[in-house]
Design a protein around this ligand. Structure first.
Ligand code: FNR
Length: 340
């Protein structure tokens, strides 16, 4: 996407939320097939990106960012998602963030800065929710990117416990020129079982000039119609969905959700087509199966170690074998995507 062309916009959109290990290429493509307008990558840490080298993978038809030290794929993308994929960065440093942005800006549609992660790892590194307490640093990161990068810049925050403080913070962040802001309606210390602060989201949306993307509604979103209900309740322009999509990605389908087995089959085809690692594939399917892991099929699944073994359980054994042979014939695949 070049400057002046159809830039990604964020109003009236339904979005796949950033999710570590879940938001890899197969899940993003599946979400787009089902009707998501925009898909966020999992959070990728700036210094990890800076250790990568960009490679066009002719066998898979992808662009891979490969770790120079161990050869693993840190980020894999393809033309099909180019105008819809937003890469979420974990960073506490505007210069490093800019270096990453310049490295990837021609392959993606947008860049988001994670300002909501409450995990020890992020907070200690001054990233994620730590930035909520350092608005000057947060603004410096956003301004640097807005002024020097050709794709739109956004950030994703959590609310503060005080509504007025949250509104002021959002105003400051928006003053940098970001294209939109995603807000998870829980504080850094609140957990998923706490109610989402939908009223705070409404107050933010009423006082902000850019699209506000409402997040945190998965407990209220069980079917497609609930997405609009959540959006209207929050008075926001767009909705971003994490856990409901992690469990059944077809929540994005206007026509209604598909059976879980169908979703798994469609997910697995993408995992095979894009040579996703068995461990990442298994993790994503585990999150779909949840308590079904206790069933006889679920137990067999837990024993699987290869993509082919997993595929076999859902009737895709031949599909997987054929694809692997096809790829071998075309040449070396390069290393698989490995997520810790
Ligand atoms: C997350 N979340 C998250 N947030 C973020 O900004 N970057 C990330 O990489 C992740 N990773 C992640 C992994 C998993 C497995 C889950 C369940 C969640 C938080 C997520 O994007 C979202 O803010 C919350 O889950 C609330 O939205 P829902 O789940 O109510 O739709």
């Amino acid at each position: 996407m070049t400057k002046g062309s159809n830039k990604l916009t964020y109003d009236n959109k339904i979005i796949l939320a950033p999710m570590v290990r879940v938001g890899t290429l197969p899940m993003r493509l599946l979400a787009l097939d089902y009707g998501a307008d925009i898909v966020y990558s999992e959070e990728l840490i700036d210094w990890k990106f800076l250790r990568t080298i960009r490679r066009v993978n002719d066998v898979l038809g992808t662009v891979d960012y490969i770790d120079r030290s161990d050869g693993t794929v840190v980020f894999r993308t393809c033309a099909k998602e180019k105008e819809k994929v937003v890469v979420q960065l974990g960073t506490c440093d505007s210069e490093r963030a800019l270096q990453v942005a310049k490295l990837i800006e021609n392959d993606i549609a947008g860049i988001d800065i994670n300002m909501g992660c409450p995990k020890e790892f992020s907070l200690k590194g001054g990233m994620g929710a730590a930035l909520l307490r350092q608005p000057e640093k947060a603004k410096a990161i956003l301004s640097t990117l807005v002024q020097n990068v050709k794709v739109p810049i956004t950030c994703k925050i959590r609310v503060l416990s005080n509504v007025d403080d949250t509104v002021s913070l959002v105003k400051e962040l928006v003053s940098t020129g970001i294209a939109a802001i995603a807000v998870h309606g829980r504080t850094k210390d609140e957990r998923p079982q706490h109610p989402n602060r939908n009223d705070t989201l409404r107050r933010i949306a009423e006082s902000t000039s850019v699209p506000v993307i409402a997040n945190g509604g998965s407990r209220e979103i069980e079917k497609y119609a609930d997405i609009k209900k959540f959006r209207d309740e929050c008075g926001c322009s767009s909705v971003m969905i994490a856990r409901t999509a992690q469990g059944n990605c077809s929540i994005f389908r206007r026509q209604g959700q598909k059976e879980l087995d169908t979703v798994i089959i469609e997910y697995l085809k993408y995992a095979v087509d894009y040579d996703n690692s068995p461990s990442n594939t298994k993790y994503c399917i585990q999150n779909m199966l949840k308590e079904l892991q206790e069933t006889p099929k679920g137990k067999k699944f837990l024993e699987c170690q290869t993509l082919e073994q997993i595929c076999f359980l859902w009737g895709l054994g031949n599909y997987c074998r054929k694809k692997e042979l096809e790829y071998q014939a075309k040449g070396n695949l390069g290393r698989r995507q490995v997520t810790p």
